[in-house]
Ligand binder design. Structure first.
Ligand code: SF4
Length: 703
């Protein structure tokens, strides 16, 4: 700032890190950014920002950026820099050759939750219309796909029910499997204001707080904040704890009978009530499994049911389990039974990890769903897309990401177009992923850096950072905000243009003049987006889907008022099933994973900024008792091994962990945390069970 002096003009855009979706003003001098200032009119952040959004944007001009397309015949060959035309012709001809030899479904695509709605829409359109297959999936597969399934089944739509601001009207906050102060910091700050009470919460008394987490996260105890109940459960037992909470609600007569009678499906509720009331679902029966004292579960259930306004916030600590979808359903059951849906201050709120994970799901990135969560087998919906796109869509769902890997290893899947996702570093069981990618005849990677996945690529298409993008992101509140171009794409083409040109090279031209035209097509084909336009977003700042003729002009801030999207809310029994990842004499500890305040996911962006000075390597957190037993001191190098693989990192001895449980982040490729995670996955959605891995830890050398 000192070097560049005062800004001359500014561009309002949206942060490209987490699902809070903070608005920023990029203050510019000429073509250079002087600073990023949190936008005071941004509805999600109201002038607040965190250390990532405010300071960690320099990666956009980092020397590692790829600025020209590259191709190679074999992955052992050196890269050859070529023109856009040559790269796109090479990619298209490889994909077409594969389809000619192995069939239409031998190829597919992966969309990115880092890209805009418009870019994501185009990738799934290319796969479906230009390649003629539904083999399209999104990186949401490995994070919030169970949210899509669980909330879709119970409420009728796959999205959070509230705005972030709603927490200001909440009396009791239940946080499960989420660490908002690190992973969603601006919402975390809003939450802390409510938990402190007094002046910062508009004179309200502080809200009650229940934290369900294997770690003592900051919310459990930090200056001026103390959880009323910390249910420090063993990894993999969310469903047991949630079912036990429901048991208390039902057996102690704490059900909101009026709400259930008026709003919910009678039969499913009766079945569920009988199920959770069984003695084997009591807190006492589950105590040995979860490690949580029954009295603590009972007290937490009473606090939640008492409200009057209780809200649930959850994250990947719920979804990334073999029972991830069951746990999401259990959360929805609990909220419905206590009548905590459909007004300010209550609700079920998935804290979305990535900036546009909500949008990538909304835009039809799943192999079984077209934009707006309409099933591909629906003839009426398909015929609308057939007419608009001039094709005949395949009615059969395509392959999910893990199925693509399995099919590749079986020789049935040969070509993949992967936009903005480092699947080698971020997907579980790295050795398995790498072997699958090596079996491909054509891997097209579109990214801003030469990432780990690019090691196995034949075509590298330079991607554009959020500062080079024009389009929209959708945050965890279903809020659609504009992303505005601050500087031109370094490689000359924006991501949407690259996809459109690749489609043209495949013989299916896409004729758009701008992302605004793409959004107009999305709105015309997607009822929940029918009222969305750039002109409206310009005027109102943002809109929230559903946004159409039956909603307010700005869309829907609060979902499920009066009735659920599916009509009546539906209960499902949530039978607890122990994870396959069990401790054994060889692997006596359970590993769970998460992220930190200053770094972000696989670290591709934050590692290339000054944020790295605050967190320079992935660490393994372990309890002093476990460390002492193994002769490990704080800072020692330790080996971490599971049935999938082994890595080495530095130990951090801390009482944040319970004995028997260790924790690490996955920000650095050097520590390769996903070498350790296994192929265990959610029964409904194939979301990997990142949060439970049986491991052994041993000291390898002094620091
Ligand atoms: Fe960006 Fe999330 Fe931080 Fe907001 S809270 S500035 S969206 S990383």
């Amino acid at each position: 700032v000192i070097a560049l002096g005062q800004p001359e003009h500014s561009v309002i855009t949206t942060c490209a890190y987490c699902g809070v979706g903070c608005g920023f003003k990029a203050e510019m001098k000429g073509s250079q950014i002087v600073r990023m200032v949190p936008w005071k009119d941004g509805r999600a952040n109201e002038g607040h920002a965190c250390i990532k959004g405010r300071f960690a944007w320099g990666y956009a001009t980092h020397k590692d950026r790829i600025t020209a397309p590259m191709i190679r015949e074999r992955i052992t060959d050196p890269w050859r820099t070529v023109s856009w035309d040559e790269a796109l012709r090479f990619a298209a001809s490889r994909l077409k050759d594969i389809q000619a030899t192995y069939g239409r479904t031998a190829v597919g695509g992966i969309t990115s939750s880092r890209c805009t709605n418009e870019e994501t829409y185009l990738v799934q359109k290319l796969v479906r219309a230009a390649l003629g297959t539904n083999n399209v999936d999104t990186c949401a597969r490995v994070c919030h796909s169970p949210t899509g399934y669980g909330l879709g089944q119970t409420f009728g739509t796959s999205a959070g029910t509230q705005t972030f601001k709603s927490v200001e009207s909440t009396d009791v906050v239940l946080v499960i499997g989420a660490n908002p102060t690190d992973a969603h910091p601006v919402f975390g700050s809003r939450l802390k204001r409510r938990l402190r009470g007094g002046k910062t919460a508009g004179g309200q008394p502080r809200a009650g707080l229940i934290v369900i987490d294997p770690r003592r996260i900051d919310l459990v105890e930090s200056p001026h904040i103390r959880a009323d109940h910390h249910l420090q459960l063993r990894p993999g037992t969310n469903v047991a704890v949630l079912t036990a909470l429901a048991h208390v609600v039902v057996t102690e007569g704490r059900v909101n009978e009026d709400f259930v009678v008026q709003r919910c499906d009678e039969k499913s509720f009766a079945d569920w009530r009988a199920f959770v009331a069984r003695p084997e679902n009591s807190p006492e029966a589950f105590e040995a499994v979860t490690g949580v004292p029954a009295a603590e579960v009972r007290a937490a259930a009473r606090l939640f049911a008492q409200g009057p306004n209780s809200a649930i916030y959850y994250g990947l600590g719920v979804t990334e389990h073999a029972q991830g979808s069951t746990a999401v359903i259990a959360i929805a059951n609990l909220a419905m039974a206590c009548g905590m849906i459909g007004r300010e201050g209550v609700g079920v709120n998935p804290l979305r990890g990535q900036n546009n994970v909500q949008g990538s799901c909304d835009m039809g990135s799943f192999p079984h769903e077209l934009p707006g969560y309409r099933h591909i087998s629906d003839t009426t919906v398909r015929s609308q897309f057939d007419a608009a796109w001039g094709v005949t869509l395949d009615p059969e769902p395509g392959l999910r990401i893990p199925n693509m890997f399995d099919a590749a290893l079986a020789g049935r899947f040969k070509g993949l177009y992967c936009q903005g996702e480092d699947i080698v570093q971020s997907d579980p069981d790295t050795h398995h992923v790498a072997a699958a990618l090596q079996a491909l005849d054509c891997l097209i990677v579109q990214d801003i850096f030469l990432n780990e996945t690019a090691r196995y690529a034949h075509v590298l298409l330079p991607g554009s950072s959020f500062l080079e993008k024009d389009g929209t992101f959708t945050n965890a509140e279903r809020r659609i905000s504009r992303v505005r171009q601050v500087m031109p794409p370094l490689a000359g083409l924006a991501d949407w243009q690259v996809t459109a040109k690749l489609s043209e090279a495949l013989g299916y031209p896409m004729d758009y003049a701008s992302p605004e035209e793409i959004m107009a097509e999305i709105a015309a084909l997607t009822p929940s987006f029918a009222g969305v336009s750039y002109a409206k977003i310009e005027r109102l700042g943002s809109v929230q889907w559903p946004c159409n003729d039956s909603t307010d002009e700005a869309g829907t801030a609060l979902m499920h008022q009066g009735r659920f999207v599916r009509g009546r809310g539906r209960f499902f029994n949530t039978q607890y099933v122990a994870s396959d990842e069990k401790i054994t004499p060889r692997f006596p500890l359970l590993l769970t994973t998460g992220r930190t305040l200053t770094q972000y996911n696989v670290g591709a962006q934050t590692r290339r900024t000054d944020n790295s000075q605050w967190f320079e390597e992935d660490l393994l957190d372990m309890h002093p008792h476990d460390a002492q037993e193994r002769g490990i001191a704080d800072g020692d190098r330790v080996s971490l091994a599971s049935r999938a693989g082994e890595t080495v990192l530095r130990a951090r001895v801390t009482e944040r962990m319970a004995p028997g449980v260790v924790w690490t982040t996955f920000h650095f490729p050097e520590s390769a945390a996903n070498v350790i995670t296994t192929d265990s996955a959610d029964w409904a959605t194939s979301c990997p069970e990142y949060k439970v891995t049986a491991v052994q830890v041993a000291r390898v050398m002094a620091p």
